[in-house]
Design a protein around this ligand. Structure first.
Ligand code: BYC
Length: 327
């Protein structure tokens, strides 16, 4: 069965002289670049996070790709096609950023295809109606932006730089989703019901995107000390809820949480308990679409074998040609 094993948390303290110099650079907000000395645990943490992020972008193309042929208008089809294409691009920038840490793309792809690597839990849920495309853009990309804007200031240069472009594109994605939701929420009763149903199904999984509660987040302490992460999982989740609830109310939609209420004293929206058993089940490979997603990626990899072979043969031919010309 496809199950995602937990990686051991990294030790963030390295008392060696090099380790102390490294930490001082982090404290001084200097960017770490590929050829700089870095603790092995920092390198491994980055490979883990960046590759999981890349896999999420690639697997994230599947639920939306499912609706490209069924988009309701040509304009919607063109926008969705562009969005899914952007996600493929994000995956590629992120694999390239991970490669600067000394791991090969083949190795990372193999980890995904064999189920040894994680990707975001959110992409193991199905897209049942067109409104789901609106809800994904609004909520999933909205959550992604909240989580990823701070990554533009991540201490590792190649990751931080990749995130700048990714965040710009995510912002377009979020707006196209919110616009779809706006049109549906102002449409016929059936369309409004579709929008509400999509919000009901995507709300809780979107909150899970931020990861386990801080008390159970095994990597947060090390990642915060290294300034890979700038905010904890719970603080980003709260920021997202505070930003998103008023948007839902503006659309005239309700949230599937009877405990949701504004705390006037703190200014924060308080929300009910998240079903962490469901989160753990999805991570263990037992979400609604885990098997389908992995099978689709494995098939795409097999179907693409001839393209990789042709590209390698072409590159080798170019190299041979250049060698002959130089002789
Ligand atoms: N799903 O110690 P923690 C997108 C894992 S793409 C699955 O808090 P960390 C988009 C975590 O990996 C969205 N696994 O970890 C694309 C760890 O397991 P391992 C993806 C999760 O790393 C297309 C364990 O649980 N975004 O936006 O400090 C279309 C303990 O967690 C999840 C990114 O990848 C989850 N939700 O914090 C539309 C952003 N949460 O590795 C949109 C970059 C946790 O020990 N990543 N786990 O086996 C991050 O910011 C951080 O890695 C996380 C987790 C906040 C996700």
């Amino acid at each position: 069965m496809y199950s995602q094993a937990l990686n051991a948390p990294a030790l963030a303290t390295d008392d060696s002289e090099a380790g102390q110099r490294f930490q001082a650079r982090i404290e001084a907000e200097e960017r770490i670049e590929p050829n700089d000395w870095m603790p092995e645990a920092y390198r491994r943490t980055l490979i883990r996070q960046i590759s999981q992020h890349a896999h999420s972008e690639i697997v994230g193309m599947l639920p939306e790709g499912n609706w490209i042929t069924r988009a309701p208008t040509l304009r919607r089809k063109a926008a969705l096609l562009a969005k899914v294409q952007d996600e493929g691009g994000h995956g590629l920038y992120l694999y390239a950023a991970a490669e600067t840490l000394g791991v090969s793309r083949e190795e990372l792809v193999e980890q995904l295809l064999t189920g040894r690597a994680k990707y975001s839990s959110i992409f193991n849920y199905p897209t049942l109606s067109w409104a789901d495309i609106g809800a994904i853009g609004w909520l999933v990309d909205g959550a992604a932006i909240m989580n990823q804007i701070p990554l533009c200031r991540c201490s590792y240069g190649p990751y931080a730089r990749a995130m700048i472009r990714i965040c710009k594109e995510e912002s377009f994605h979020q707006r196209q989703g919110f616009e779809i939701m706006t049109v549906l929420a102002r449409g016929t009763d059936d369309q409004k019901a579709m929008a509400q149903d999509a919000l009901n199904r995507w709300w809780w999984p979107s909150l899970m995107m931020f990861g386990p509660p801080d008390a159970q987040s095994q990597h947060s302490d090390a990642s915060m000390r290294w300034k890979i992460k700038r905010f904890t999982n719970d603080s980003l989740r709260q920021k997202f809820v505070d930003a998103t609830v008023p948007q839902g109310h503006y659309l005239g939609l309700g949230f599937p949480d009877p405990e949701l209420r504004l705390n006037e004293a703190t200014g924060h929206w308080e929300f009910g308990a998240i079903d962490w058993d469901e989160f753990r089940r999805v991570l263990a490979g037992d979400g609604p679409c885990n098997r389908e997603r992995l099978t689709a990626r494995q098939r795409a990899h097999e179907d693409g074998a001839w393209v990789r072979e042709a590209a390698l043969a072409y590159a080798a031919k170019g190299r041979n040609g250049r060698t002959r010309a130089a002789a």
